[in-house]
Design a binder for this molecule. Structure first.
Ligand SMILES: C[S@@+](CC[C@H](N)C(=O)[O-])C[C@H]1O[C@@H](n2cnc3c(N)ncnc32)[C@H](O)[C@@H]1O
Length: 322
């Protein structure tokens, strides 16, 4: 396969331009009424000529449309960039802010050292940084909810849930809520950091327990879930999380590790791209089945089966080793 190197910049600038349009509320302004570049520059407090260049680029990508009177409109896509759209993508676009771009831009540091370039640039881990930046933290949690939207619905339907389900690092509680909606007889527990679970989704069902998965877990359950958790951490930390879950499990408990598996995923290129992003931001990693098996065994667990979720995600069912 050959790569057209001159078109690489296209995707880089498209990702950045979408962020800027979201940051400047361009879709919201245009959803009020179509506007010329001059009108849009006035309401968005921007330089007219520069904004026109941004709009020209985004119009070529059909993010916005331009009519014969040189007025810009929203398209089906950019309607979803409005914060009040029921399926808004705005928090997802906004969570990829300059801190993450700076981390991606310093990938060479991560490749040389094996460490997160984010930590080198900002002197702290990404999750510690989020703790001190509530707006970005809210965007990150909402972005995770958006990314997880479809997979959470699938997981709630294809895995048979019973008893008490604990979603460890469950964010705003979308998965637990989906599971409880599809399985009326189960009890759901959302476990996450205190500053995260206080902002649970409006339709949240279940109980909330605040804490850190690096401490012994103050709960037990029939089914534990770790979704998009282990890939945020290097092996030593991932093992600590697994050991804490393993200790909280009873002999019949199940654990579903729901993550990408590098050598199983259908879309291996996307998973490999996520893997590099995880390295720069968290010193995290996507893992092969062998790497996951190794960690699982060290935590006193064994893999029972693997359930396909979507083109990148799988649920790895584990039980305690007898
Ligand atoms: C990548 S998000 C995944 C969220 C959710 N499981 C999902 O799939 O959408 C990682 C989650 O881990 C949580 N987290 C990070 N550090 C934690 C800790 N020490 N203890 C508990 N949760 C933590 C974050 O707050 C966040 O909700």
């Amino acid at each position: 396969m050959s790569i057209n190197i001159t078109s690489l910049l296209n995707n880089i600038m498209l990702a950045r331009a979408l962020f800027v349009a979201a940051e400047l509320d361009i879709a919201e302004h245009l959803s009020q009424q179509p506007m010329t570049a001059a009108q849009l520059a006035q309401v968005s407090n921007t330089d007219k000529d520069s904004l026109e260049r941004l709009m020209h680029f985004l119009t070529l990508h059909e993010v916005f449309a331009k009519d014969s009177e040189n007025k810009y409109h929203t398209t089906d896509f950019s309607t979803t960039m409005c914060a009040n759209h029921p399926a808004t993508i705005k928090p997802f676009l906004l969570h990829d802010d300059e801190t993450r771009w700076n981390a991606f831009g310093n990938l060479v540091y991560s490749i040389k050292t094996g460490k997160a370039s984010f930590d080198m640039l900002y002197g702290q881990t990404y999750f510690d940084y989020l703790k001190k930046h509530p707006q970005l933290s809210a965007r990150f949690d909402q972005a995770m909810t958006i990314i997880s939207n479809q997979e959470d619905e699938i997981i709630a339907k294809i895995i048979s849930f019973y008893g008490t389900i604990a979603d460890i690092g469950g964010g705003k509680g979308q998965l637990i809520t989906n599971i409880m909606k599809n399985n009326s007889h189960v009890t759901g527990i959302l476990f996450d950091l205190p500053q995260v679970i206080q902002h649970h989704n409006a339709d949240f069902l279940g109980k909330k327990v605040a804490g850190s998965f690096f401490e012994p877990l103050p709960l037990t359950a029939d089914i534990f879930i770790l979704k998009r958790i282990l890939h945020d951490w290097h092996d030593e930390k991932a093992l600590q999380i697994l050991k804490n879950v393993s200790t909280a499990m009873n002999n019949n408990s199940k654990l579903y590790i729901i993550d990408g598996i590098l050598d199983h995923a259908q879309d291996k290129k996307l998973l490999a791209a996520i893997d590099l992003a995880l390295l720069t931001i968290f010193q995290g990693k996507e893992r092969t089945l062998q790497e996951i098996t190794h960690l699982v065994h060290k935590a006193g667990l064994e893999i029972v089966r693997i359930i396909h979720i979507n083109e990148i995600m799988s649920a790895i069912e584990c039980k305690k080793t007898k």
